[in-house]
Design a protein around this ligand. Structure first.
Ligand SMILES: Cc1cc2nc3c(=O)[nH]c(=O)nc-3n(C[C@H](O)[C@H](O)[C@H](O)COP(=O)(O)O)c2cc1C
Length: 190
């Protein structure tokens, strides 16, 4: 069974990302075709990238990088839960991604975006980044709107059909995450 990390991509006080990530996790853990873990980047206290070497070298000097690396290595696939900040993902999530390289390669990913425009541009931004990391990003994505999935733009109350959207995205992540496992075992080509 593959392991999937559900990554909460915002860190600010009062963030909506924690409620969204926990909701995704509660839907995911009802499934029996993969194992899921909620990963809150806030818990890893990553500063702005402070490694002297490119992550492609894998020569980490900082304890926080080694802890983050071990966590991300432990998964076969990811679900990125991303806010939209100025038509992109959050700086915190981009920074957390930038810390590592080989840990991400030949894995699968899906997205849950949220914001005024359902996080669609944040997800498009992440899709560009996925190509460089050799992460296979699935088509199905979840878009949560501040207008229809949050009460008064603040309390998270997802529309009923959103649970099905999560499961459709997870179906694809699990299929690709499993298929890429053999490639990860065979290939050391980056
Ligand atoms: C710095 C900043 C920039 C934002 N830019 C956008 C934007 O470009 N498009 C959008 O739809 N919503 C935008 N929003 C609204 C956020 O997507 C929304 O507040 C969301 O809840 C932020 O996620 P968080 O609560 O987990 O931090 C922005 C919010 C912030 C704080």
């Amino acid at each position: 069974m593959i392991r999937i990390g559900i990554i909460i991509g915002s860190t600010r006080p009062g963030r909506k990302g924690k409620a969204v990530g926990e909701w995704v996790y509660e839907i995911a853990r009802k499934r029996s075709d993969a194992e899921f873990e909620l990963v809150d980047i806030k818990d890893f206290n990553l500063p702005l990238l402070d490694e002297p070497n490119s992550p492609m070298m894998g020569q980490y000097t900082q304890p926080h990088t080694k802890i983050w690396s071990a966590k991300i290595s432990s998964f076969d696939a990811y679900v990125f839960v991303t806010p939209e900040y100025n038509h992109a993902t959050s700086g915190a999530l981009k920074n957390a991604i930038d810390f590592l390289y080989h840990e991400w390669v030949n894995k699968a990913a899906g997205f849950v975006g949220y914001g005024g425009a359902s996080g669609t541009r944040a997800v498009e931004n992440l899709r560009l980044i996925m190509g460089e990391l050799q992460i296979a990003d699935v088509k199905a994505q979840v878009g949560l709107s501040l207008f229809t999935d949050f009460e008064n733009f603040s309390i998270f109350k997802p529309a009923a059909q959103q649970e099905q959207s999560v499961n459709t995205m997870l179906d694809q992540v699990i299929a690709w995450g499993g298929a890429l496992k053999s490639l990860r075992q065979l290939s050391a080509v980056y």
